[in-house]
Ligand binder design. Structure first.
Ligand SMILES: O=C(/C=C/c1ccc(O)cc1)O[C@@H]1O[C@H](CO)[C@@H](O)[C@H](O)[C@H]1O
Length: 504
């Protein structure tokens, strides 16, 4: 080749090199056109206005005001002041280009005294305005009825989840919400992560109502061996009560779907030993199937019956009838993968941990090496394969019931965040989301019926016991001024959502 004739070839080669990463990168077009892509939040974590509009105190208002409970001594009194700024927040969603938004309703705003008082119009108005402004921007509301927060009244009157009374209360609350919002809300989740709420509330005693017994913790009252199963029974039947009301009174007219959202962790056996494989199966069964087996199949998992015997309550014929309505979808919150090891035949397991009843121990490390890059949340590691594996597990166990990834996200925090810019430059979150979305696209290609994905979270917010020390937002929140600023990941998600014509 003479002269300069090779130049265009070289340029072509460079261009190819530039384009190759695009051909590999996950893109919007790897998902069905009808797929929901959104962000998620919850009432207590963002709303603030904890005493406004006739709202009563929730169990989390009460807990966060007790000394020493929240890492930075903070509360959700103001949080993101979303109650007053929801229109700005809907604008953030619109600018991201999302077509759905998952939020929760504060039960204490709608029914300050539960079924022992009137419906609070100011609460209804707030959610009506939020829902209308979402729909105006083409954003589908995906509503959780209770995301950990319940009116304290129900705790004080009858001990909340320990009493069968709560089934009626939850049914009443759900009925009020279906009737007020169901003309516009087409996706309902009864509960967010009841498996976490029950374990932390009644086994470890760190979440409301702080009940536990040794060796799990030293609480004022409680029985870590029994109460988690009583509470779960009431959650499952409260869920069933709401589903029955929706299916009998509303679904044929309103044409929405109703499901439940579970916290899901994928477990890998710590070693190849058969006992660790069995422990892994138990750790899995004691987590998601604990609630979903009764809801989908009418009884607790055989893996649990086998170990717990009569500690697990039984379902009466009437309970089973109630549980007979179909679950429309499973909401999957997924963040992390951990190792599981045997505690049935092995000694040296720590006592008082969440997986003790499963006779398993879990850890994020093997021989001192983490299972994936750590994040600022102690038990959350970056393991993208986990989403493919947990979705496959749930798909097989529940016969490919429709799923939504209702939360997935990355925590920033700890050392190294001196300036606002440090929070805004969130490469770790971009890598996390990219990795998990790539594996999600793969498992959908392989046949999983997943219909939506929500990033936790739209904005930094009150991270429960960690207060404001951990930040999960695509947008940074300045808690002095309440100003929201897009992080790099917000721009990344927006570009991802626009990436319609790139590789398959
Ligand atoms: O998934 C979890 C929490 C799991 C867990 C925590 C602590 C452990 O030690 C083990 C598991 O909550 C979800 O993940 C988010 C980010 O945390 C929360 O802000 C959401 O409100 C909640 O739905």
């Amino acid at each position: 080749m003479g002269g300069e004739a090779w130049r265009p070839l070289l340029a072509g080669a460079w261009l190819l090199l530039l384009l190759i990463p695009w051909a590999w990168a996950v893109s919007r077009s790897d998902f069905p056109a009808s797929f929901l892509f959104g962000t998620a939040t919850s009432s207590y974590q963002i709303e603030g206005a904890y005493l406004e509009g006739n709202k009563s105190l929730s169990n989390w208002d009460v807990l966060s005001h007790l000394p020493g409970r929240i890492k930075d001594g903070s509360t959700g009194d103001v949080a993101d002041d979303h109650y007053h700024r929801f229109e700005d927040d809907v604008e953030l969603m619109h600018s991201l280009g999302t077509n759905a938004y998952r939020f929760s309703i504060s039960w204490a705003r709608i029914l300050p005294k539960g079924r022992f008082g009137k419906v609070n119009l100011a609460g209804i108005t707030f959610y009506n305005e939020l829902i209308d402004s979402l729909l105006l921007k083409g954003i589908e509301p995906f509503v959780t009825l209770s995301h950990y927060d319940i009116p304290q009244e129900l705790e004080d009157r009858y001990g909340a989840w320990l009493s069968a009374e709560i089934r009626r209360d939850f049914g009443h609350f759900a009925d009020v919400c279906f009737s007020a919002f169901g003309d516009r809300v087409k996706y309902w989740a009864t509960f967010n992560e009841p498996n976490v709420a029950v374990r932390k509330g009644y086994m470890l005693g760190t979440y409301p109502p702080e009940r536990c017994s040794p060796p799990y913790g030293s609480c004022a009252g409680g029985d870590s061996g029994a109460e988690p199963y009583v509470a779960t029974h009431n959650v499952v039947l409260a869920h069933a009560t709401a589903v029955e009301i929706y299916k009998r009174k509303y679904q044929s007219k309103q044409k929405g779907l109703i499901g439940i959202v579970m916290s899901t962790t994928w477990y890998e056996p710590l070693t190849d030993a058969p006992v660790d494989r069995l422990a892994t199966e138990r750790a899995l069964a004691f987590d998601v199937p604990w609630f979903l087996d009764p809801i989908v199949y009418g009884d607790y998992p055989p893996e649990m019956r086998h170990l717990l015997g009569s500690r697990l309550p039984t379902f009466s014929p009437e309970d089973r009838r109630k549980l007979g309505y179909n679950l429309d979808f499973i909401g999957v919150n997924h963040y992390t993968t951990l190792y599981a090891k045997d505690c049935m035949y092995s000694t040296g397991c720590p006592l008082g941990k969440e997986t003790q009843h499963a006779l398993a121990a879990v850890t994020g490390e093997k021989n001192g090496l983490p299972i994936g890059p750590p994040t600022a949340m102690p038990t959350f590691y970056v393991v993208p394969d986990g989403i493919e594996k947990i979705v496959t597990y749930i798909m097989r166990r529940y016969n490919n019931l429709p799923m939504f990834i209702t939360e997935n996200g990355y925590a920033q925090g700890g050392k190294g965040y001196a300036h606002v810019e440090d929070w805004l430059d969130d490469k770790g979150r971009i890598e996390y989301l990219d990795g998990y979305l790539t594996k999600l696209a793969k498992v959908i290609r392989d046949g999983a019926d997943v219909r939506g994905y929500f990033v936790w979270s739209l904005i930094d917010n009150f991270e429960w016991l960690y207060g404001y020390t951990l930040r999960f937002g695509l947008h940074y929140v300045d808690y002095q001024t309440q100003e929201r600023k897009p992080k790099s990941s917000a721009r990344w998600y927006k570009r991802f959502l626009q990436s319609l014509h790139e590789a398959q």
